[in-house]
Design a protein around this ligand. Structure first.
Ligand SMILES: [Zn+2]
Length: 257
C-alpha cells in the first residue's frame, strides 16, 4: 500500500525529545491538532531541524497513517525571530502555545485559532505591542473561539449595559454589577469601565484590529487580571509556562494582588 502524503501548514505547539535524535511534534494546522514524528530532527545536519522547533510555522509534508505520522519534508514560513530572541517574549509565546494546545483537538476546524496564534506572535515579536495587552486579547479571543466566551454585553442579573462597578464573574462566565449577585458564588475580578469596553472590543470587534486599542496602565492591568483569571477558571487548570512567565515578571505579580 502506498504511503499517504499530506501537505499542510502548521505551527509547532510542543516539541518533545525522544530516543536517539528524534522529536515528537504537536502541530496545529487548520484541520486540527496532530502529533508528528520528526526523525533525526535533533541531528546537526537535519533538514527538518528548523521546522521542528517550538513555534516554527512551516509547510509540512507528512506521511504515514493509522498509528504514526512522520515528517518527510518541511519548508519554514515564519520562525518569529523577534519572539525567539527575547526570553520574556519566548516564555509568553510558550504559554500561548500551551493554552492553544489545551483548547484544540484532532479533526477540529482550527483555522481561526491558528490565525489568532500567528497574529499574536507577530504582534509580540514584530509590532512590539505591549505584552500585557497581547496576552489579555489573546486569552479572551482564544476562549471565545473555543466555545468559552464570557457574556460581556450586559449585567447577567439586571441587564444594564452601563454596569455599576462592573466585575467579571469568572466562575459563571458573565459580567455583572458588583451588587447584582448571582445565586452561584464564585470568584469575581473587578473591571474598570475602560477595561470592560476593551473586553467587549476584543470579544465582539473586528478580529483584524484585535490589538489596535489603547488603555492607560491601570485599565490595562484590570483587563489583564480579568482575562488571565477567566482563562484559568474556564479551563480549570494551571499552566507551567504561565508560572514561568510570571516568575520573569515579579512586578506584574504584585500588581495582581
Ligand atoms: Zn446589574
Amino acid at each position: 500500500m502506498a504511503q499517504q502524503r499530506t501537505v499542510l501548514n502548521g505551527i509547532v505547539l510542543r516539541d518533545t525529545d525522544t530516543r536517539e535524535s528524534d522529536k515528537i511534534l504537536t502541530v496545529l494546522s487548520p484541520a486540527g491538532k496532530l502529533s508528528v514524528i520528526a526523525k533525526g530532527a535533533r541531528g546537526r545536519q537535519s533538514r527538518l531541524a528548523a521546522a521542528a522547533q517550538l513555534l516554527a510555522y512551516s509547510e509540512l509534508t507528512v506521511t504515514g497513517g493509522r498509528t504514526w505520522l512522520y515528517l518527510a519534508e518541511a519548508a519554514t514560513i515564519e520562525l518569529f525571530a523577534g519572539v525567539r530572541q527575547d526570553i520574556e517574549l519566548l516564555s509568553l509565546a510558550s504559554y500561548f502555545a500551551e493554552l492553544t494546545e489545551a483548547v484544540t483537538d484532532e479533526n477540529m476546524e482550527c483555522g481561526e485559532i491558528l490565525r489568532l496564534l500567528l497574529n499574536a506572535l507577530y504582534a509580540l515579536g514584530a509590532l512590539k505591542k505591549p505584552q500585557k495587552q497581547v496576552k489579555a486579547a489573546f486569552e479572551l479571543k482564544l476562549m471565545s473561539l473555543s466555545g468559552f466566551a464570557p457574556l460581556a454585553d450586559c449585567c447577567a442579573v439586571c441587564g444594564r449595559t452601563d454596569l455599576r462597578e462592573p466585575v467579571l464573574d469568572v466562575a459563571n462566565g458573565v459580567v455583572r454589577c458588583q451588587r447584582c449577585v448571582l445565586p452561584e458564588r464564585g470568584r469575581s475580578v473587578r473591571l474598570t469601565g475602560p477595561a470592560l469596553a476593551a473586553m467587549r472590543y476584543i470579544l465582539y470587534g473586528d478580529e483584524k484590529r484585535l490589538y489596535s486599542f489603547r488603555l492607560p496602565e491601570q485599565d490595562l492591568q484590570s483587563l489583564a487580571s480579568a482575562a488571565e483569571a477567566y482563562a484559568l477558571a474556564a479551563l480549570d487548570r494551571k499552566f507551567r509556562t504561565l508560572d514561568f512567565y510570571r516568575s520573569l515578571r515579579p512586578l506584574d505579580r504584585k500588581e495582581q494582588k
